[in-house]
Design a protein around this ligand. Structure first.
Ligand SMILES: C[S@@+](CC[C@H](N)C(=O)[O-])C[C@H]1O[C@@H](n2cnc3c(N)ncnc32)[C@H](O)[C@@H]1O
Length: 285
């Protein structure tokens, strides 16, 4: 069948679960993986034919997406900061907003012109750790997670433009306090679990049914538990002139900043994204 017909069919199938634009985007991501086509192939080559076996495989995948399974888990890849990362249901699918956190650190790191030591707490797929290791020449990145399955995914990422030094991945409970033997760091980053259990009602099925609870949720009665823990790690392991940056629950910007102020970080800043949502807290002494 023609590629353009398959795109139409896939978009219709997935549109039962998602807005049409999003459904079409998922079709393009899947077909790029399956056929190596781009979002323009059907326009530039209107007669592009798809073999029936491939079309059948695509139909099966479209049905899974219509049942809310994320396309990234189906193909086992997610794009982050311009690179493909391996993902599985044991890791959070890297989000575009987390790219802004990486940009903030790389801009600062490049102005320093010296290799940095960076600590990534709650690393998941390792998307932040690997990105910083690749974007900042010579950076030495250490990354921590409690999930063995996540660490398996994170430590086996591979890239054509891999870093000069691969990140080091460590299994540890961030809530159990800092590991002093790791030494001190120029930068500490974290995108920890921060969604309140009570916010589940606002979340979509593709996240709730497929992404790991452990990566997402915190108790309603202590939603800042990970930030207080990160603050303790930073208090012990951040260089005097270093800084930290964490992704946050947009409803808790000031409270999160306060968690860092309480342990002595006198400079805290709530950073907003393009749509004016509180996204990050940056802190230093
Ligand atoms: C929101 S995900 C972030 C993943 C990744 N940094 C990203 O930005 O895509 C949070 C991560 O925290 C990890 N995690 C949850 N509880 C933890 C704990 N007590 N200690 C260490 N890591 C933990 C989860 O396994 C998950 O990978």
């Amino acid at each position: 069948m023609l590629l353009k017909e398959l795109i139409k069919e896939g978009t219709e199938t997935i549109s039962v679960a998602y807005p049409e634009r999003e459904a079409r985007e998922m079709v393009f991501i899947y077909l790029e993986h399956l056929l190596g086509t781009s979002r323009h192939t059907h326009i530039l080559e209107p007669a592009y034919e798809v073999a029936e076996a491939d079309a059948d495989m695509a139909r099966t995948a479209f049905a899974r997406m219509a049942a809310f399974e994320p396309v990234q888990y189906i193909i086992g890849k997610a794009n982050f900061y311009g690179r493909d990362f391996n993902v599985s249901p044991s890791v959070l699918i890297p989000r575009p907003e987390t790219e802004l956190l990486c940009r903030e650190v790389t801009m600062d790191g490049r102005s320093k012109r010296r290799p940095m030591r960076i600590l990534d707490l709650c690393t998941g797929s390792g998307c932040i750790a690997w990105t910083l290791a690749m974007e900042l020449q010579g950076a030495e990145v250490t990354a921590v997670d409690l999930s063995e399955d996540a660490l398996k995914v994170a430590s086996t990422q591979s890239f054509e433009d891999g870093p000069s030094v691969n990140p080091q991945f460590i299994k540890a409970d961030v809530l159990a306090g800092p590991i002093e033997s790791l030494g001190i760091f120029d930068v500490i980053v974290s995108n920890p679990p921060y969604v309140k259990e009570s916010e589940k009602a606002l979340m979509r099925k593709n996240v709730l049914d497929y992404e790991p609870d452990m990566a997402l949720f915190v108790d309603d009665d202590d939603p800042l538990v990970f930030y207080r823990a990160v603050a303790f790690w930073a208090k012990a392991l951040l260089k005097e002139d270093g800084f930290g940056i964490v992704e946050i629950n947009e409803a808790l910007g000031e409270e999160t900043a306060e968690a860092f102020a309480e342990v002595g970080f006198t400079k805290t800043e709530v950073i907003k994204d393009f749509s004016e949502r509180a996204r990050f807290v940056k802190f230093s002494r």
